[in-house]
Write a protein that binds this ligand. Structure first.
Ligand code: NAP
Length: 242
């Protein structure tokens, strides 16, 4: 069940009537969403951020939060109407596709404007050794035999690498996985990405990493590993957005 610290609908109506105050739902889970919540809250709007609930200890934005899936786009549309939102902002991660598709359908059904925050992709810089791929399967195939591979992809994207029993994996995740991963040889690094490229250099060096598999997420949060790869001259198999 989603958890929700938002007000009940009859209180909502009062808040909606305050002059110039919009009721905004931010679809979040990113640093941009937290920054936006702070800004809009500071401007006097009534801001609710929705999180999927993927991590156990998420950084909470200012304003209200609700946590957990809506139960599909129609349920999201019903939530928008019931809570009398006047605007939806999709500030989710660029690789979170389904929620963005749901936001388009739900906002249309509810008759509420939708804004999308589009994060620019990282651009290849001199010294970057990128191999661009379009799918996780392609990424798994692109790894040379015997490689030690750093994966920073999230639990739901790991299984495809199980076919590469000829490689060793160093897997970074925000939370400890609930069960063993289907990978024959791996080390786990639990935690969020470092913002300091030197920390990432040290991590990659300590594990003897020879290749990185990453998504071209854009934004500052995961970029330190890309800088670290450049400094170490490591190849990055990079999943581009389609
Ligand atoms: P996804 O595949 O697009 O969404 C799958 C389902 O999860 C959605 O249909 C929805 O369930 C629920 N969901 C996703 N985001 C939600 C949100 N902000 N609030 C409420 N429900 C949400 O999403 P994902 O790739 O698993 O990402 C989940 C969340 O993690 C997003 O908020 C995203 O910003 C954040 N995040 C993702 C990545 C990434 O690499 N994908 C990286 C960093 C942060 P219902 O259909 O039941 O409503």
């Amino acid at each position: 069940m989603p958890s929700d610290n938002t007000q009940e609908p009859d209180c909502v109506a009062v808040a909606a009537k305050q002059e110039g105050c919009e009721r905004i739902l931010i679809l979040g889970g990113t640093s941009e969403a937290r920054t936006l919540a702070e800004k809009l809250h500071g401007e006097g709007h009534h801001v609710t951020t929705s999180l999927a609930g993927r991590t156990t200890d998420p950084a909470l934005p200012v304003g209200e939060t609700r946590i957990g899936g809506f139960g599909g786009w129609e349920a999201m549309a019903a939530y928008l109407v019931q809570r009398q939102f006047t605007r939806v902002i999709d500030a989710t991660h660029p690789f979170a596709r389904r929620i963005s598709e749901n936001a388009i359908k739900a906002s249309a059904k509810a008759g509420i404007p939708l804004q999308q925050i589009i994060r620019p992709r990282w651009q290849k810089m001199p010294g970057d050794r990128w191999k661009e791929v379009r799918t996780l399967e392609e990424a798994a195939e692109a790894i040379p035999g015997g490689a030690t591979v750093f994966l920073a992809l999230g639990r739901q994207h790991i299984d495809v690498f199980a076919t590469r029993s000829d490689c060793r994996f160093v897997i970074r995740m925000v939370d400890e996985p609930e069960s063993a991963l289907p990978i024959s040889d791996y080390a786990l690094v639990i935690g969020k990405p470092a913002s300091d490229p030197e920390c990432e250099v040290n991590l990659l060096s300590a594990h003897g990493v020879t290749h990185i598999v990453a998504r071209n997420s854009g934004g500052p949060a995961g970029y330190a590993k890309i800088i670290a790869a450049r400094k170490l001259g490591l190849p990055v198999i990079i999943l581009e957005r389609s």
